[in-house]
Design a protein around this ligand. Structure first.
Ligand code: MTE
Ligand code: HPA
Ligand code: MOS
Length: 771
């Protein structure tokens, strides 16, 4: 089955928020944002914006009729700044005008005076100054303090891990339309319609049932619209409430990049102890998360970092601590992996150090410490199967790892200025929202009298193929062709109180709810069919290929006949169902529990080639064995693996967020923030699905796939380090990510860097001299 959106996408027919026909008299919004990163607003002159032709309203904090508060977990974030600002790009006022151009002219006309305060951009500095969000958390198992005694070697290090811009194709946007009787309908590009609904209601002082949020699909979210689409919907709704007219807000790329949060940068100090044979005895980490200026989802992201601090390994003595540190950057937020990648990066870095000191290949250390069935994670949950070993061995064997090693070693002996490197990257990622109550979903299914079917769930199609998966599930469950099934937009009047589409769990949660709803309808119509066919047991009735079977034999009755007859017999042909994942829990006081329904695992081998004179590199190949249970749709899942991998590769290589001393984003456009493109991606990507790995929980044995493959990308970082060491075995390289070509060049030639520092000349003459 093809992705059901594919044809619309290719023809450009897919509808997004601003493709809907424009209602008459629609107005457009633009946002006036803080030009400085920290300070008091001494005065702000909005009147000049009002004088711009076409401007209909200029709204600030005092124009919010309800509560000026949008914090999703901790109530620490205003929709519009009031008196002070905490990051450059923080919204201060909304200008509403007859055209987007007039609205932006209005924004430009606004002038303000600030009393600037010092800023913090470094999470460790924030920590030292007591700028902490929530409380630090620690997970522990065994006794690290006692275990250091048993170690033959003990090493310490620090990782500096960069953030990441989401670069969804569709920038943040929303359209709000006033409806009869104090109702506002919001068409939003959000992963979380209910968050938009309840927050718009809060800022307007409305009941939830007065706000309707509808999402047809979104042009990518990647976590960036799990929570940060909410204020966008609020701005549009606030404008609609004040003007009584429909209002649309569409951020352009640079506005989006400056205003919204990103993946959290971390600074993480680690200490690791091992025996001479490479068995890891103890591991201690301190994560300083750069949370930005407000909590957003940072505490939940930190929690997932802690849960993934040992990745695919069993370590008997572990202590991991994490702190959300408040800085003067935009509040950082969910991003594919949700803190997991940072946790995994640090343990991989620590194992790399152990391998270096023990003078053993890293994969030998990794292989010796893999989690086995029944091993506990530091938070108490036991690992349930042997799939880490299976994917590890399958990867090394089926892709001829020995051959790769030999080939690369030989290449490096034969070449002076070009070096190759490889790394093996295992991934073990927990599936479920770590916030247990969020693991719930609903579905609404109608069968019409012609046999066609309508399905609504609380899940959002964001390019990941959710609608294709749901159509496949509905088609299997009913026993009818997928072309009979229509997946409806996600709408808060049809599905209430939905969780965001996130945590890779959307198909799991909403797919199971869909099956439950379909089963209700099936049990009614099968009972009816048994009566019609004069057979005693409805259990023996099945539907396959649209034929009604009894004991597996054709009855002459087909799907459409049965539905027609059931309707005339007044059998209900609609159902709503609710699903919640069972047996997951967490006790935050004890920091123990079983937060995950299961883990998704896999292993990748990454190969790279580095030009050691220029710092340029190619990712040559990525070869993966991935556990995704029984795929609902192999093409959809493969798309998720390749897409996730691309984002992971970008995160550790070319995607380099830069802020200046004043907290201004320098990498504020796609010309100076480099995402991987088709040329950057390896020519050779091979993916094998682990056999016999069906999930008991996922619909039809499927497993979550959205986020885990991103973390294979981390392998590229260590493959690059491997090639760097082949060129300069005499040097120690810092554990800083991303490894941009510039950074590699500087690291490989520190002498050059020193030369540059000792000169007191302009960059231009320096460059000439160097050449
Ligand atoms: N794939 C596409 N094409 N677009 C996206 O926005 N988001 C990712 C992942 N894959 C995303 C994507 C993230 S962050 C998550 S959590 C999951 O998809 C969400 O969808 P799922 O729960 O259906 O896997
Ligand atoms: N993933 C994504 N979003 C979340 C999670 C999670 O684990 N927990 C709370 N919100
Ligand atoms: Mo994904 S970061 O859970 O939206």
């Amino acid at each position: 089955m093809k992705n059901i959106d594919a044809v619309f996408h290719v023809r450009g027919e897919s509808e997004y928020v601003d493709d809907l026909p424009q209602p008459a008299e629609m107005l457009f919004a633009a946002i006036y944002c803080s030009p400085i990163a920290h300070g008091k607003i001494v005065q702000c002159d909005l009147k000049k914006a009002n004088d711009i032709p076409g401007v209909a309203a200029v709204l600030s904090a005092k124009d919010i009729p309800g509560e000026n508060q949008i914090g999703p977990i901790i109530q620490d974030e205003l929709l519009l700044a009031d008196g002070e600002v905490h990051y450059a790009g923080q919204p201060i006022a909304v200008v509403i005008a007859s055209t987007p151009q007039a609205a932006r002219k209005g924004v430009k006309a606004i002038t303000a005076e600030f009393d600037e305060s010092p800023i913090i951009t470094d999470p460790k500095v924030a920590y030292q100054m007591g700028e902490i969000i929530g409380t630090p958390r620690t997970l522990a198992i065994g006794d690290v303090d006692a275990a250091w005694e048993e170690c033959d070697i003990i090493l310490e290090g620090t990782c500096t891990i960069g953030g990441q811009e989401h670069v969804y194709l569709e920038t943040q946007r929303a359209r709000a339309i006033p409806m009869e009787g104090n109702v506002i309908r919001v068409h939003a590009s959000t992963q979380s319609p209910y968050a938009t609904q309840r927050t718009v209601a809060k800022i307007l002082g409305f009941h939830h049932n007065q706000i309707e949020v509808d999402v047809k699909r979104i042009g990518g979210g990647f976590g960036g619209k799990e929570d940060q689409a909410t204020p966008i919907g609020c701005f549009a709704a606030l404008g609609a409430w004040h003007t009584g007219k429909p209002v649309e807000l569409v951020l352009n790329r640079s506005e989006d990049m400056r205003m919204t949060g990103k993946r959290h940068p971390y600074i993480s100090d680690f200490k690791i102890g091992a025996a001479n044979d490479g068995i890891i005895v103890a591991f201690e980490v301190n994560h300083y998360q750069n949370s930005g200026a407000a909590a957003d989802l940072s505490t939940a992201v930190l929690e997932r970092t802690l849960y993934h601090s040992t990745n695919s390994y069993f370590i008997p003595n572990v202590q991991v601590t994490g702190t959300c540190c408040r800085t003067n950057l935009p509040p950082n937020t969910a991003f594919r992996g949700f803190g997991g990648p940072q946790g995994m990066f640090v343990i991989e870095a620590a194992l790399e150090k152990v391998a270096e000191v023990l003078n053993k290949p890293k994969e030998e250390i990794q292989g010796k410490n893999l989690l086995k069935r029944g091993d506990p994670f530091p938070f108490g949950q036991l690992f349930q199967n042997n799939h880490i070993q299976r994917t590890w061995e399958d990867t090394l064997n089926s892709y001829d790892f020995d051959g790769i090693q030999t080939r690369i070693d030989q290449f490096n002996r034969d070449h002076f200025a070009t070096k190759k490197g490889y790394a093996v990257m295992p991934v073990c990622f927990g599936i479920s929202f770590t916030t247990t109550f969020m693991n719930q979903a609903s579905a609404l299914v109608h069968v019409y009298t012609d046999g066609s079917v309508s399905v609504t769930t609380g899940g959002i199609e964001m390019g990941q193929g959710l609608y294709t998966n749901i159509a496949k599930i509905a088609s299997e469950a009913f026993g009818i062709g997928p072309e009979r099934i229509k997946i409806e937009s996600t709408n808060t009047t049809r599905i209430a109180n939905m969780s965001p589409s996130a945590a890779s769990s959307t198909t799991l949660l909403n797919g199971n709810a869909t099956v439950l709803a379909i089963n209700q309808i099936l049990s009614r119509i099968k009972k009816f069919a048994a009566e019609k066919l004069n057979v005693t047991s409805a259990d023996k009735i099945t539907i396959s290929d649209e034929k009604i079977l009894h004991n597996g034999r054709e009855t002459g009755l087909n799907w459409c006949d049965l539905i027609q007859k059931a309707y005339l017999a007044r059998i209900g042909l609609s159902a709503h169902a609710f699903f919640a994942t069972q047996d997951i829990w967490f006790d935050k006081k004890k920091e123990k529990g079983e937060p995950f329904a299961y883990h998704v695992v896999g292993t990748a081998i990454v190969e790279v080639t580095l030009d050691c004179i220029r710092g340029r590199y190619d990712i040559d190949s990525v070869k993966i064995v991935h556990d995704l249970g029984r795929p609902l749709n192999e093409r959809v899942d493969l798309g998720q693996i390749e897409g996730g991998l691309a984002q992971g590769l970008g995160w550790v290589t070319t995607e380099d967020l830069q802020y200046d001393q004043k907290g201004q984003l320098l990498s504020n456009a796609l010309a100076n923030y480099k995402v991987p493109d088709v040329y950057f991606m390896p020519d050779d990507i091979q993916v094998k699905f682990l056999e016999d790995a069906d999930s008991e929980l996922g619909p039809y044995g499927s497993k979550a796939v959205g986020e885990p493959p991103l973390m294979y990308g981390i392998g590229a970082y260590f493959a690059l380090r491997h090639s760097m060491k082949a060129f300069r075995p005499d040097l120690e390289f810092a554990l800083h990510s991303p490894l941009t070509p510039e950074k590699i060049l500087m690291s490989l030639h520190p002498e050059l860097l020193n030369d540059l520092k000792n000169h007191d000349t302009s960059p231009v003459s320096l460059a000439e001299e160097t050449i």
